[in-house]
Design a protein around this ligand. Structure first.
Ligand code: CTP
Length: 399
């Protein structure tokens, strides 16, 4: 996948800079053309000559170097790139890019490129957890920049925590999957996400704990793989992903209308939303008063089952549902797979630690219509999204 691809490897000043040499070796071995750009502080940790020797190309360090500019200016470097990979990426570098500061060759290259940009942050765990840093990363992720999470371990500063650069092989794998994945180009993917709200009166509603994180991760992953993505989202606290056509809805009936309005256009439909099955029969026009009541009954009526209806008229579309269960996971998931005429269902036991609605990780099983069950370990919702798309893409009809 990396054969002949142009990778800019940005190295910033952290103790993990030495690992970038091994990463470079892996990139070269895979056939990539690599140009290394180092910040000034990176050169305190490792000499440019190491990267020059391994890459076979001059190492770029200066924004306004006459010689380097003549050979390959910073803008042409940014233009040529298929991928800009920054490993390790310091909090400082990420903070600069998130705030539009381009004051050296690396930050300028990152801001001038239209290629995919992948940051592999490495830093002290307190810095990693600092909300200022987290906000910068979240901002860049919303804008379509990619990140590899640092791993837990003993840090150079003596702390134990999250902040270590993953093994070069893992960084390499992420770079490879980012570059190699254009497998959804020309396809339209419809994703639903989040909960729905069913109003009782102007100030109260019935809903569930869905955060929308799983559906948003799928939408972003599909976008990164070249798909046109339509995301129909219930009310969540997440930013609308860039490059995704997002339709905001509140209730199950609104979600139903929105989905049915665009479903025809989709090649692949992934229904990650936790749709409320029932809504109050009557929605009070005014705030309901408790008066002297000690108990209260709210009569509910069924909402349309969007997924089941899609299943009735899916044609050649691939339909993926979710089953959030608290007991008899496989049994219930199998029933939903069959009853709703799905190609695949993603089953998760929401009572399991590390799985379910609100967290950043999930533990899922994929059940397909041919009876196959694939069990995945706990992983981030972004990782689940990638594997889900691998499996769903394999089900798409050829051509
Ligand atoms: N779903 C839907 N419309 C509904 C309810 C659910 O499209 N009114 C979809 C969800 O988006 C999900 C799948 O159906 O992909 C499973 O939802 P879930 O609530 O777990 O299953 P239900 O079929 O509603 O069954 P139950 O509530 O009895 O578990």
């Amino acid at each position: 996948m990396l054969q002949g691809q142009c990778v800019i490897l940005g190295v910033t000043g952290g103790i993990a800079a030495y690992k970038a040499a091994e990463l470079l070796r892996l990139l070269i071995k895979a056939g990539a053309e690599v140009h290394v750009v180092m910040t000034r502080s990176a050169q305190e940790f490792i000499a440019p000559l190491t990267f020059q020797t391994l890459s076979g190309n001059p190492v770029h360090t200066e924004l306004f170097s006459l010689i380097q500019e003549q050979e390959i200016g910073h803008i042409s470097l940014a233009d040529r790139a298929d991928l800009v990979l920054i490993a390790p990426a310091t909090a400082n570098l990420i903070g600069k890019v998130a705030n539009g500061i381009a004051d050296d060759l690396l930050t300028t290259t990152i801001m001038a490129t239209r290629a995919k940009v992948l940051f592999a942050p490495a830093m002290n765990s307190n810095m990693w957890e600092n909300p200022v840093y987290q906000e910068n990363q979240a901002k860049l992720e919303d804008l379509g920049y990619h990140f590899i999470e640092p791993v837990y371990g003993e840090l150079a500063c003596g702390w134990q925590g999250q902040g270590k650069l993953p093994d070069p092989q893992e960084v390499f794998n992420s770079a490879q999957s980012l570059l190699g994945s254009n497998d959804l180009a020309g396809k339209t993917v419809l994703v639903t996400a989040g909960p729905t709200r069913e109003e009782i009166d102007p100030v109260r509603f019935l809903s569930n704990y869905s955060s929308g994180k799983m559906g948003y991760a799928i939408a972003c992953a599909a976008r990164n793989r070249g798909a046109r993505v339509i995301l129909i989202s219930g009310p969540v606290n997440l930013c609308e992903p860039k490059g995704v056509e997002t339709i905001q809805v509140i209730s199950a009936r609104e979600m139903y209308e929105a989905v049915m309005g665009v479903a025809e256009q989709a090649d692949l439909i992934i229904k990650a939303a936790a749709v409320a099955d029932f809504r109050p029969v009557v929605r009070g026009d005014q705030k309901l008063k408790k008066a002297s009541a000690v108990t209260m009954t709210v009569d509910l009526q069924r909402n349309p089952d969007i997924l089941a209806e899609l299943g009735q008229k899916k044609g050649s579309r691939i339909l993926v549902g979710f089953a959030a269960e608290t007991e008899e996971l496989l049994k219930h998931a199998r029933e939903k797979l069959a009853n709703k005429n799905l190609d695949m269902i993603v089953a998760n036991d929401v009572t399991q630690e590390g799985a379910g609605f609100d967290g950043d990780t999930n533990i899922v099983r994929f059940l397909t219509a041919d009876g196959n069950v694939e069990e995945l370990p706990q992983m981030t919702k972004e990782e689940v999204a990638e594997i889900l798309l691998d499996r769903a893409t394999a089900l798409l009809p050829e051509g």
